[in-house]
Design a protein around this ligand. Structure first.
Ligand code: BGC
Length: 269
């Protein structure tokens, strides 16, 4: 753990924290002194590994299983979190999946699965967190806000994505959910923001980086010339969760190596 932790004594829930971006965010928050709930729905052993890594680094963490798209499972997860850590200060709405296909072949089941997990899951978790933030209010010793919500979005809240219509729709939805929540809750001193990662090297996009050809093609979309690492996003999450970003409300911080800069136009147009 850092010598001067920025999130000392705060409690954080990170959904989908047993792999990829969620795992890096959980580890980064714990490294700054937060008590972290590592949420998962499959692969409990991977969640246990994240908890062990945090504990080995003198942090606090527990793993809690819940499918974020199921109302009762989400409510039970919050209950368990409150039994262990008493409250919640930081919610990182991270859990998300892709079910890609050409639009004409997209099944209703794959449309709904992606919307249910990526968008409805963020709604369900945000609602439980907000109830607790409102009940408890500000605890000055921990933070000047009554609570912080960080929604994991994507560059695809802006960039349309052929072959991924369900996913891009979920991310576009996250943007206005996040902003509307931020508008509604700012007067209550609750901050709601988002992170828009670009291509981050995780299991969700293995096919985009696992062969040299795929990686080279991907890099033509990234002006900064490297694929992102989960830790790049962990650092942004720490900042958005801490009082150092206290004046940010309803903002998406894009961490994408310049993917949103229309690299196709750098030599044309
Ligand atoms: C997707 C990745 C993709 C990246 C950039 C993310 O939101 O989950 O699969 O590589 O956006 O296109």
């Amino acid at each position: 753990m850092n010598i001067y932790p920025k999130l000392k004594g705060q409690s954080a829930l990170v959904t989908g924290a047993n792999s990829g971006i969620g795992k890096a965010v959980a580890i980064a928050l714990a490294n700054e002194g937060a008590n972290v709930v590592v949420n998962y729905v499959t692969h409990p052993e991977a969640a246990d590994d994240v908890v062990s890594e945090i504990k080995n680094n003198n942090g606090n963490a527990i793993a809690i299983k819940a499918d974020v798209s199921k109302e009762t499972e989400v409510q039970l997860m919050f209950q368990k979190m409150f039994e262990t850590y008493g409250t919640i200060d930081i919610l990182v709405n991270n859990a998300g999946i892709q079910k890609d296909s050409a639009f004409e072949n997209m099944t209703l089941a794959d449309w709904q699965l992606v919307i249910n997990i990526n968008l409805t899951g963020q709604f369900l978790c945000a609602r439980e967190a907000v109830k607790e933030f409102l009940r408890r209010g500000i605890v000055k010793e921990r933070s000047c806000a009554a609570g912080k919500i960080i929604c994991m979005s994507s560059v695809h809240q802006v960039i349309p994505w052929a072959g991924h219509v369900n996913y891009a729709t979920s991310k576009g939805g996250i943007e206005l959910m996040m902003k509307s929540l931020a508008q509604e809750l700012a007067p209550k001193k609750i901050r709601v923001n988002a992170i828009g990662p670009g291509a981050i090297q995780t299991p969700i996009n293995t096919s985009a980086w696992s062969t040299p050809d795929a990686l080279n093609k991907l890099l033509t979309l990234i002006p900064y010339g490297r694929i992102g690492q989960p830790e790049d996003i962990g650092k942004v999450a720490v900042w958005l969760a801490s009082d150092e970003s206290d004046y940010l409300n309803g903002t998406t911080v894009f961490a994408d190596g310049g993917m949103l800069l229309y690299p196709g136009f750098s030599t044309n147009g």
